[in-house]
Structure formats: C-alpha cells, structure tokens
Design a protein around this ligand. Structure first.
Ligand code: HEM
Ligand code: HEM
Length: 186
C-alpha cells in the first residue's frame, strides 16, 4: 500500500501530495505577506528565513517525489479522453512551475553570493551568481511562476471536486486513502 499501482495512489505519493499542497499554499501566503513588511518589522528577517527554509524543504521533497514517480506506476487519470489529456498536461505543468519557482527563489537568494541557511541547520551554497541583474530577473520569474502555480493549483482542485461531486468517480478518494488494488497487490 506504499506504492502506486496503475489505478491507485499509495501512501508515499498521497502523503507527499498533501504535504506539498500545504507548503505551496503556505509559501505563497508567506511570500506575499513578506512584501508588506518594513525594515524595522520583527518579521522582516524571520519571514524570508522561514520562506527559504521551507522552500528548500519543498525542493528536496519534489525531487524525491519525481524520483518516486519515475520508479513507480502513475495511476491512469479517470474520465473522458479530454479529462485524461487535461490531467496529464495539467500535472506536468504543475511540476514544471514548481521547479521553476523554486530554482528562481534559489537564484534570488544566492545572487549576492551568500548561501541559504535551512532552519539554521545546514547551508546550501551559492553556486550561480554571475547572471546579469540576477536578483531582479529571478525575482520577476519567481513572482509570475508562483502566481501561475497557485492559479493552476486552484483550477486543479476544482477539477478534483468536479470529478468527486459531478462525475462521482474515485479521482479524489484515491488521493485521500491508499486502497489495496485488485489487479496489482503491493
Ligand atoms: C498547491 C496545491 C497543489 C499542488 C501543487 C498539487 C499537485 C498535484 C500533482 C503534481 C498531481 C499529480 C500527481 C502525479 O504525479 O500523479 C496531483 C494529483 C492530484 N491532486 Fe493535487 N495538488 C494541489 C492541491 C490539490 C487539492 C487542494 C486537491 C483537492 C481538492 C488536489 C487533488 C488531487 C487529486 C485528486 C489528484 C489525483 C489526480 C488523478 O488521479 O488523476 N490537489 N496534484
Ligand atoms: C513553490 C514554492 C514557492 C512559492 C509558491 C513562493 C512564493 C513566493 C511569493 C508569492 C513571493 C512574494 C513575491 C515576490 O517577491 O516574488 C516570494 C518571495 C521570495 N521567495 Fe519564494 N516561493 C517559493 C519558493 C521559494 C524558494 C525555494 C526560495 C529560496 C530558497 C524562495 C525565495 C524567495 C525570496 C528570497 C523572496 C523575496 C523576493 C524579493 O523580495 O524580491 N522562494 N516567494
């Protein structure tokens, strides 16, 4: 029940999905709120510290998620041919936006040559610092991709709810609980 089968999600994919969803929403809200803070605000330094620490955690989780996906079955999307193509394209876009948002966040943070402290536990070094106007360009990319990501994720959540309440299929429930599968037991 840890692994996926061709028609059900296992616990590993389910737990990573919901942890990622929470972190994406939290990071967006925190990032947006950070913009409103002034220099003398006590959260002026603390906000980015949490944002970057969780951002790097999400990046690591997403790499593990993609490796897991690569070595595992992906359940076939349910519904019409249109639904299935939409789900595949939509999920691929979400993964791409996640990666570009996180890499651009890394490039903003390390543009001045300083590494990123992750929960004051260890530091990620600055590897690329030579892109012209790196902080500004990465900052613009970060904002637009983060915005596109949350809009797409909201559409994605609506699609899941439509499957549940209108089509009445198992799309949503199979992302909530792992079920033992008849055709593929593991
Ligand atoms: C920021 C929030 C979210 C992100 C980034 C996200 C991302 C993803 C991704 C990448 C997949 C594809 C998994 C795979 O590789 O097979 C997926 C699947 C899924 N997500 Fe989300 N998700 C988010 C929020 C939500 C919410 C709020 C819901 C429910 C209301 C939801 C319901 C589902 C369901 C049901 C699937 C399985 C789809 C299927 O079986 O075809 N997600 N999600
Ligand atoms: C999916 C994950 C992420 C989301 C949704 C997200 C979202 C946001 C948002 C909405 C902002 C405010 C708007 C802006 O100035 O761009 C922001 C700012 C920022 N983010 Fe992220 N972020 C994510 C991951 C990361 C990561 C991994 C890092 C670095 C390790 C990071 C570093 C930053 C920095 C340094 C800022 C301040 C930028 C500035 O003041 O111009 N973010 N983020």
């Amino acid at each position: 029940m840890l692994k996926n089968t061709t028609n059900s999600y296992g616990w590993i994919a389910i737990v990573i999905h919901w942890l990622s969803a929470l972190m994406v929403i939290g990071l967006f809200a925190l990032g947006y709120w950070m913009l409103t803070l002034g220099y003398y605000d006590s959260w002026y330094r603390l906000g980015p510290w949490w944002h970057k620490s969780f951002g790097i955690t999400l990046l690591a989780l997403t790499v593990i998620r993609l490796l897991w996906k690569f070595f595992n079955a992906t359940p076939k999307p349910l519904g019409t041919h249109f639904d299935q193509v939409g789900a595949r394209v939509g999920h691929a876009l979400i993964y791409a936006l996640l990666l570009v948002t996180m890499v651009s966040g890394y490039l903003i943070s390390t543009a001045d040559g300083r590494g990123i402290s992750v929960f004051d536990w260890f530091e990620i070094p600055a590897l690329i610092t030579s892109i012209p106007q790196q902080e500004d360009i990465a900052g613009a990319v970060h904002w637009y991709t983060a915005l596109a990501l949350v809009i797409l994720a909201a559409g994605h959540a609506l699609a899941a709810l439509k499957h549940h309440f209108v089509n009445k299929d198992s799309t949503l429930t199979r992302m909530l609980v792992a079920k033992r599968n008849q055709s593929n037991n593991d």
